[in-house]
Design a protein around this ligand. Sequence first.
Ligand code: SF4
Ligand code: SF4
Length: 169
Amino acid sequence: MKTPRIDIFKEALKTGVVTKKYPFEPVEAPEGFRGKPSIDFEKCIGCEACVNICPPNALSVEIDTKRGIKRVMLFLGRCIFCGRCQDVCPTEAIKLSREFELSSLNSKDLYQIVELKMAKCKICGRYYATVRQILFTAKNVPKDQRPLLLLCDECRSKVSAKHISYARW
Ligand code: SF4
Ligand code: SF4
């Protein structure tokens, strides 16, 4: 049976106004809303976990081999607010906020860029990881193995391979 219109009207009067006059008055997004991600420049170690997991490539990385700088770049124009970057970041440097007003006349406003200093491999002299990433990893590596962190992947595997073959003899 259909509800008479007058009853609907009475119910609406009882409930009152539930809409907001946005954008003429501010609206706060609810708890758990997935809005604009932000990178904490102090916490980011440049590990690239977020870059590798980001589905639309809103996150990217650039390495300046001359200056030894790694840039982690977030372009909000591509972001789909999935929150995967937040899930994988080992230092909680990237987090989604409840901010949703992102329009801008200048696309530069949609970029967040972190610049991190890189370290050179002690053997081959190539830049291979950020200084912050090495320090972060060192915390979870036994003391006697820490010198290996000062080498790039390639030199580290060569050194480890030599070490293993010496050990066999
Ligand atoms: S929220 Fe999703 S799309 Fe946006 S930067 Fe993070 S991983 Fe990429
Ligand atoms: S995962 Fe976190 S620490 Fe690693 S590059 Fe992304 S924001 Fe920086």
